[in-house]
Design a protein around this ligand. Structure first.
Ligand code: TRP
Length: 473
């Protein structure tokens, strides 16, 4: 191969990779419990409004910008003007930060997957008689174990990325995504047919507008917007990077519509897989309740499989479920990893050098391992080898990295992008790229309206709410 950039083998390949990026821990873990605790159907409505007015338009903008210049996030902003280098850097930095904690969590998923497999072979083979709380608490305080599984997850991610766009990421997505879908259906069927499953459906869907008052409307808006951004992989250049490998023949508008629809459908389906199973045992088995919040993935569900369902089938469904989460998390971390990888590859091509994927991947992996290690070493913020309140006496690494990226850099990146394209460079810029393939841009007026007004406005609201949550404003 010469010093040319790669391309996706097909539009379906691009779509599966992009949906793979979007569907991840955010859908399976975050969405169901946030929806349940923040007003059920009422929260879903707000979430959907954000998907339609903000998610779709930012998605479209990112794909179009990426494809226009055929560069990753830093290259794209530099191509617009050298002045905007820092905006690209912001995205690059965020992608590395998010990957650093995401891969630590992915490592724990690998650990659970392996443990349920052993449990399947022999009862008590992995968990002895430990309660879910004990098991999780012991593991996150085991510094060597945390580092080892973080490393394993990161190495598998690197292995996929090393294969390149078409032979690595696309190939993996074409097998992984259909597999994920099938497993999800199997788990939904098991989950909703458990006696008592309705309680979970009620928890997740029952509209509860009173929650808006209780939690505060501002906080609901913030949490819906952040969840939407995180779930759609927006604001850090993931989608832009994937878009930069898309052929000029493909229809961007259609793609920008399909990805959010698929992601939202998968989030709701994940809710159907998880919540009815929790509902079936809530109040029946000790330690299972809806109020676990972030404890849902590693504690509540662990109890559901082990105590609730129990026996061989419980262990088997546990294994299947964590395998599903593993594929979902892996396809997301691959997309985060590709952001810095593309940046380096583009730089090499600019210098007329042939990008060496192997070297690039090992370099990115080392960097992420260094930045992510403290997340593993402070016991996810519980405090272990590193103090639990390392940042300003208030946050551990996981929370701080998350706040920095999801709370500040992502909305800031989207705000700058929308103001830059919507107001300074004018929206015709994007229209031209979208119509290059001969399709007429149907949503031009709708999109312009969203991009000029709704996106900047909602990003300002999110940033304001976030700074208030920090106690800065
Ligand atoms: N969207 C993924 C999830 O829901 C995570 C993810 C991948 C992401 N790429 C991203 C989040 C870019 C923010 C930005 O789990």
């Amino acid at each position: 191969m010469e010093n040319k950039r790669e391309q996706w083998g097909s539009n379906v390949g691009f779509l599966l990779a992009a949906i793979g990026s979007a569907v991840g821990l955010g859908n399976i873990w975050g969405f169901p419990y946030k929806m349940g605790t923040s007003g059920g159907f009422a929260f879903l409505l707000i979430y959907l409004i954000f998907v339609v007015f903000v998610g779709f338009s930012v998605m479209l903008g990112e794909i179009a910008l990426g494809r226009k210049f055929g560069k990753g996030i830093l290259g794209t902003y530099q191509a617009i003007s050298k002045k905007y280098t820092w905006v690209g850097l912001l995205g690059l930095f965020s992608s590395v930060i998010i990957l650093s904690f995401y891969a630590v969590l992915g490592g724990i998923v690998v650990k659970y997957m392996g443990a349920f497999f052993l449990e399947m072979l022999k009862k008590g083979g992995a968990f002895n008689n430990m309660s879910s709380n004990e098991y999780f608490g012991t593991f996150i305080m085991n510094a060597n174990g945390m580092l080892l599984y973080f490393f394993i997850f990161l190495a598998v991610t690197a292995l996929v990325v090393m294969g390149g766009i078409k032979n690595g990421i696309e190939k993996f997505s074409k097998i992984g995504m259909p597999a994920l879908f099938v497993i999800l259906i199997i788990i939904i069927v098991r989950s909703v047919t458990l006696p008592g499953a309705q309680a979970g459906l009620a928890f997740m869907f029952k509209p509860d507008f009173a929650k808006f008052q209780e939690i505060g409307f501002f906080n609901i808006i913030k949490s819906a917007a952040q969840q939407m951004f995180f779930s759609l992989s927006l604001g850090v250049g993931c989608i832009m990077t994937y878009g930069s490998y898309l052929s000029k023949k493909e229809n961007i508008e259609k793609n920008a519509l399909i990805i959010p629809i698929a992601d939202t459908a998968m989030a709701l389906m994940a809710g159907l897989a998880v919540m009815p199973a929790v509902g079936a045992f809530a109040g029946v088995v000790e330690g299972i309740s809806f109020n676990a919040g972030p404890g849902l993935l590693f504690i509540t569900l662990h109890t559901v499989f082990l105590q609730g369902m129990g026996g061989f089938m419980g262990a088997a469904f546990g294994f299947l479920f964590y395998f599903l989460v593993f594929i979902a998390a892996l396809s997301s971390s691959v997309s985060l990893f590709e952001v810095p990888a593309t940046f380096v590859a583009d730089k090499m091509i600019e210098k007329s050098k042939k990008p060496n994927r192997k070297k690039i991947t090992l370099g990115v992996m080392t960097l992420v391992f260094v930045i992510g290690s403290p997340v593993a070493l402070d016991g996810l913020g519980g405090g272990n080898l590193i103090d639990r309140n390392f940042f300003f006496g208030r946050w551990g690494f996981l929370d701080f990295y998350d706040l920095l990226s999801e709370g500040i850099f992502m909305p800031l990146g989207a705000l700058i992008m929308s103001v830059l394209i919507g107001w300074r460079l004018k929206t015709g810029y994007i229209k031209n790229e979208i119509e290059i393939d001969g399709h007429k841009m149907k949503a031009y007026h709708f999109w312009t309206f969203c991009f000029k007004f709704i996106v900047p406005l909602s990003m300002i609201v999110v940033l304001y709410a976030q700074l208030r949550a920090f106690g800065i404003l």
